[in-house]
Design a protein around this ligand. Structure first.
Ligand code: KIV
Ligand code: ZN
Length: 517
């Protein structure tokens, strides 16, 4: 049996049925062009009878997008089929996709028609579609909740009527893999004319089984899979195209089938569909979620740095994405932090690195993720000589109808100094308390506060200039608490000032050395 599996993409039809995913014609054409680059076999471009806008979008796709078959959906009603044909007739390779329910529950409760009536309608509709084009697909809606003998009867009849593809949808995502595989095998072995048509499956994800059900169907003879980019679709969505394709690529030993998909276009297709439908890709989404290529635990990071194969089965580059990322957190070890610094062209000596790493751990305890920008800012901030004053404790109070005040405790060698002060704001109050301790009277200018990385818990960096006699010194501080960052910047300036004066002029040493004592 031929092992080539056709990929029928329904992102623009079933995918667009996702609540909130409505696309306009321009967006649909853009996605269709990308699906052609992805090299899907079939693009189901829409359900043209559903709206004039959809009809126009399918027409435009049919005219402009070359390569894949362009399919349009229709109920077993002449008006629907005419409209669908009107939308795809200009396509290079048009297909009409006709469907009607086959389960008792749908026929009785929704259609209020007998199985015989439905069978007759199905056959007539396929014959009519066939009079318009050769490529006709027929779907037995809710097949997995239909009686097996009825499925076999309908399948044989629609193939006799001219259907070239028969699709078995798990419309409500009810099937489980073994049972679904058995159903496909039953159709393959018991429908006498089945070799005249391609057997297709269309699985919904209500139980999270859409991908594995599709693969089970392929193992039992299905040769077309209907699926959607990012797995979007009605309710819990449809089988995810990228997961099916990559399962066949990565586990070719178990799934020895091929598709025509250009896997280098998977990442781009996924991002485009997410952007235009407004449906975000879950961070942990298999194959294309951001976290699918991120390593966070220290043990994993260490392993991947030694050999990617330790924790990576898909290389992001394979699907056109970016190389795996290290997410530095409190759990990242020295190996990962050093590696990240090296990728940023920083090589620290052993001792420098140790100092840096301790600072890193302090920050990582406060902040969930550490970005490159954080590391860069920390590198600038790392001071390798012991500062004179170290901030031990800071508490500020501020708010509506409250006089801002601050308690600051500084350590100088073995000594501890504490001051309380009020001010026009919490930073001003804290600065006054620092001034009372250090007794160094400076002017301050160029106070600058900025966020150095992303997110609500971004690091704030404060830089400022302090002027003392003829000296102008830049101080910098960083913290996720901006008041703390401000005090650290001020102290950094003071410590540098003390160092400069102590180093350069013995006469002035006295003034400064006495400070705070
Ligand atoms: O889920 C379903 O049954 C469908 C058919 C129209 C193919 O989407
Ligand atoms: Zn569906």
């Amino acid at each position: 049996m031929n092992n080539r599996v056709m990929i029928f993409d329904s992102t623009l039809r079933d995918g667009e049925q996702t609540p909130g995913a409505k696309l306009n014609a321009r967006e649909k054409v853009k996605i269709a062009r990308q699906l052609a680059r992805l090299n899907v076999d079939v693009i189901e471009a829409g359900f043209p009878i559903s709206s004039p806008g959809d009809l126009r979008a399918v027409q435009q796709i049919s005219r402009e997008v070359k390569g894949p078959i362009i399919a349009a959906l229709a109920r077993t009603v002449k008006e629907d089929i005419d409209c669908a044909w009107d939308s795809v007739k200009e396509a290079e390779k048009p297909r009409l996709h006709v469907f009607l329910a086959s389960s008792d529950i749908h026929m009785e409760k929704k259609l209020r028609k007998s199985p015989e009536q439905c069978l007759k309608e199905a056959v007539e509709a396929v014959k009519y579609a066939k009079s318009l084009t050769n490529d006709v697909e027929y779907s037995l809606e809710d097949a997995t909740r239909s009686r097996e003998d009825y499925i076999l009867k309908v399948t044989e009849a629609v193939i006799d009527a001219g259907a070239t593809v028969v699709n078995i949808p798990d419309t409500v995502g009810f099937a489980v893999p073994r049972e679904f595989g058995r159903l496909i095998k039953l159709i393959k072995t018991r429908v006498p004319n089945i070799d005249k048509a391609i057997l297709s499956v269309h699985c919904h994800n209500d139980l999270g089984l859409a991908v594995i059900n599709s693969l089970a169907a392929v193992e039992n003879g299905a040769r077309q899979i209907e699926c959607n980019v990012n797995g979007i679709g009605e309710r819990a969505g449809n089988a995810a195209l990228e997961e099916i394709v990559m399962a066949m690529v990565i586990r070719h030993d178990e799934y020895p089938y091929s598709t025509g998909i250009n896997i280098q276009e998977i990442y781009r297709s996924s991002r485009l569909v997410s952007k235009l439908t407004g449906i975000p890709i879950p961070l942990n989404k298999a194959v294309i979620g951001i976290n699918a290529f991120a390593h966070s635990s220290g043990i994993h990071q260490d392993g991947v740095l030694k050999d990617k194969q330790t924790y990576e089965i898909i290389n992001a580059g394979l699907i056109g994405g970016q190389a795996a990322q290290m997410v530095l957190t409190a759990r990242s070890g020295r190996h990962a932090v050093r590696h990240q610094l090296e990728t940023m062209n920083y090589r620290l000596e052993k001792e420098e690195f140790e100092t840096f790493y301790q600072k890193y751990l302090e920050l990582a305890d406060k902040k969930k993720e550490i970005y490159k920008e954080d590391l860069e800012a920390m590198l600038i901030d790392v001071s390798y000589t012991e500062p004179t004053y170290v901030l031990e404790y800071l508490q500020t109070v501020s708010g509506t109808r409250t006089i801002p005040s601050a308690v600051v405790r500084l350590r100088k060698g073995e000594e501890i100094f504490e001051e309380v002060s009020s001010g026009s704001g919490p930073i001003d109050a804290a600065y006054k308390a620092v001034e009372r301790i250090t007794k160094i009277d400076t002017d301050m200018e160029n106070f600058n506060l900025r966020a150095v990385s992303r997110g609500m818990d971004a690091l704030g960096e404060v830089s400022l200039k302090i002027n003392y006699e003829d000296k102008n010194i830049i101080g910098r501080g960083m913290s996720i608490d901006i008041v703390e960052a401000s005090v650290m910047a001020y102290l950094d300036g003071i410590n540098k000032l003390i160092r400069i004066i102590n180093n350069s002029n013995g006469n002035q040493m006295g003034n400064i050395a006495k400070a705070g004592s």
